[in-house]
Write a protein that binds this ligand. Sequence first.
Ligand code: NAG
Ligand code: NAG
Ligand code: NAG
Ligand code: NAG
Length: 297
Amino acid sequence: MADKDKCIFINAIIVLMTSHICASVSSTGLRNLSLSIKPPWVRRGQEAQLHCQYEMEGAPLYSVKWYRGTLEFYRYSPFENPPAKIFPFTGIKVDMTVSNATHVTLRNVGFNLSGNFTCEVTADAPSFYTGVATNVLTVVELPHSPPTLWTEHTKYDPGDILRANCSTPPSKPGATITFLLNSMTVGMDPTVLHPTHDNLHWASRDLTIQLLPSHYTTGQLILRCLAEVGTIYSEVSQAPLESSRKEPIPERVTSPNGAATLTGCKETRRHLLHTISMWMLTVLAVIHSIRPAPLLR
Ligand SMILES: *[C@@H]1O[C@H](CO)[C@@H](O)[C@H](O)[C@H]1NC(C)=O
Ligand SMILES: *[C@@H]1O[C@H](CO)[C@@H](O)[C@H](O)[C@H]1NC(C)=O
Ligand SMILES: *[C@@H]1O[C@H](CO)[C@@H](O)[C@H](O)[C@H]1NC(C)=O
Ligand SMILES: *[C@@H]1O[C@H](CO)[C@@H](O)[C@H](O)[C@H]1NC(C)=O
């Protein structure tokens, strides 16, 4: 063969090989690679399941590597024995019994696990095609009880200034507080977050608003405090506000659904009845004791 012919021959082989590799890549790639985290917001100490979904196109799976940030903590290689391997990474507790080529279960998650998780899927020879999918895990702590709502008075008329505040027990991240008067969002003051010694925040918010006749159009006035943490926590406490023409209710700090208010109300009625009957007895006794006096004189 002449040098020129040799060159053509080698070129032809290279082209053949390249096209073969290209064909392999396009037919043995990965499809629909995605990483889902359940739940995406998980409470401290609970477990989260990561699910790496993918479709292999022809080629077998070579490995799936799992990362928190840039650090690998779990690898699944079906051709190795054992196929699953964990890497020492403080704070990440992989439950090997429920982890495999597609799933990883994390137990007893700590706050510092919050962040990006990635699965990297590699197809076997000849393509060694690699794809990655990333998603975010957020480790949270929720308030252990509903918000506490306080109002300066318990009865208000149109024109009165309503002063109230609301607070939540500590959480991470801190809760967002919203005031609703009947169903309308009210208030200009922001939610204030107060740090606690263990890295949580309790939240508080003040409300000052002048009541207008328009607030009374539904016939009743109810102030609600809504506390939310992301999309996983939502609790409401409410205080029905009476008009001053109705019977008085003592100032109170309500728990959710106005349960405390209802008992408070019944308590007041019983007290009132008791007071009135005692008062009448006293009056009768006084009348009785006064009447005979002039007769004696
Ligand atoms: C997570 O917290 C643990 C215990 O508090 C600590 O030992 C570890 O270094 C932390 N890990 C990271 C990645 O910050
Ligand atoms: C991998 O583990 C998950 C969760 O434990 C399970 O639902 C799934 O069936 C397992 N897949 C295989 C191929 O074993
Ligand atoms: C997670 O990834 C996003 C997008 O790549 C990046 O902006 C962000 O800083 C990462 N978060 C952490 C905690 O590393
Ligand atoms: C609301 O304000 C009152 C008076 O300033 C205060 O005593 C109380 O602790 C506050 N309560 C809440 C729930 O923030």
